[in-house]
Write a protein that binds this ligand. Sequence first.
Ligand SMILES: *Cc1c(COP(=O)(O)O)cnc(C)c1O
Length: 385
Amino acid sequence: MYADRINALPPYLFATIDEAKANMIAKGVDVIDLGVGDPDMPTPSHIVDSMCEAVKDPATHRYPSYTGMMEFREAATQWCKDTKGVDLDPATEALTMIGSKEGVAHIPLAFVNPGDIALIPDPAYPVYKIGTQFAGGVPHIMPLLAENDFLPDLDAIPADVLAKSKLMFLNYPNNPTSATATSKFFEEVVDFARENNIVVVHDNAYSEMVYDDYKAPSFLAVDGAMDVGIELYSLSKTYNMTGWRIAFAVGNREMIRGFGKAKSNIDSGAFDAVQRAGITALSSSQQCVDDMNKIYQERRDALLKGLDALGIDMKPPKATFYMWAPVPEKYNSMDFSKLLLEEAGIVATPGVGFGDYGEGYIRFALTQSVERIEEAVERMEKLDV
Ligand SMILES: *Cc1c(COP(=O)(O)O)cnc(C)c1O
């Protein structure tokens, strides 16, 4: 019954974990879920209030514009100017998305012909690969290895692959590894994209989730980046708005136009009331972001102690709300996540769920309170691994 593209989808690796988790809960175990990358804290109240006002205005009830409200694109580009120092034209270099997942899934439709190659990091957010395949494209895996600080080795991509490559996805600060990229790396990417005629899509979903005075660079802030790529920003993680579905793409005008053409034939834009709330989020004081980062940082430091107790030695991440921990040697990522769940009631995501190169790691999401994380740490300390 199903099309080949559906039959070709990888098996849902988390199904066994989900089932084991449900079993533990049914047995009465107090499960601590550090599995899902979804902020546990509420959307800041000034944003919620703005939505409540907006939804009462019938002007927001009609079809939105395909490219997004001009006022939202102005707020988005002003935010990029203020926080990243990037100058953008809201009319031609910005586009509202219904969440960045929507963007990632649809961007290949604009740039990839059947048989063309897209360069995909591994481990990674799964939609880069699947979005490419849905467009008939062929993913070429760029391994993200610890010895390369989880950056792709661009020199390792074979010439015959490059000849057919149209698109490259990147994501720093990174999910799941929490790795960060320097502006120097982005400069190399710009040169590489120029030489090989590749459209770069930098997914910057975690741009604001940073610690210890670290600031995540924007790809577009690098000289020449506007010629070769676009950057995706999401309000989901930054303002605890995952349920609202609001994000934006900025960058090269022709690329924004092409992506917009694809989108205008798929969706009818983001709800205007949500865009108005998005304007409030982007244009108000960013104190709420700093406040959330302080909380994530405390959680990170609390979990670090538990990992230490398990004999896992890792540096505290500078960004994202993930801890990408190497699993003790005698386990693979699936076995270790099972052990954590069955013997400590802790849910974490096996690295292999993000691709073959995620094997050997487990991802903890800092989406529980410090108290709950401390409870998880106590349980870890009792484990014999
Ligand atoms: C969470 C996440 C997204 C999804 O963002 P939405 O705007 O909620 O669709 C995109 N990319 C990465 C890497 C993510 O982790």
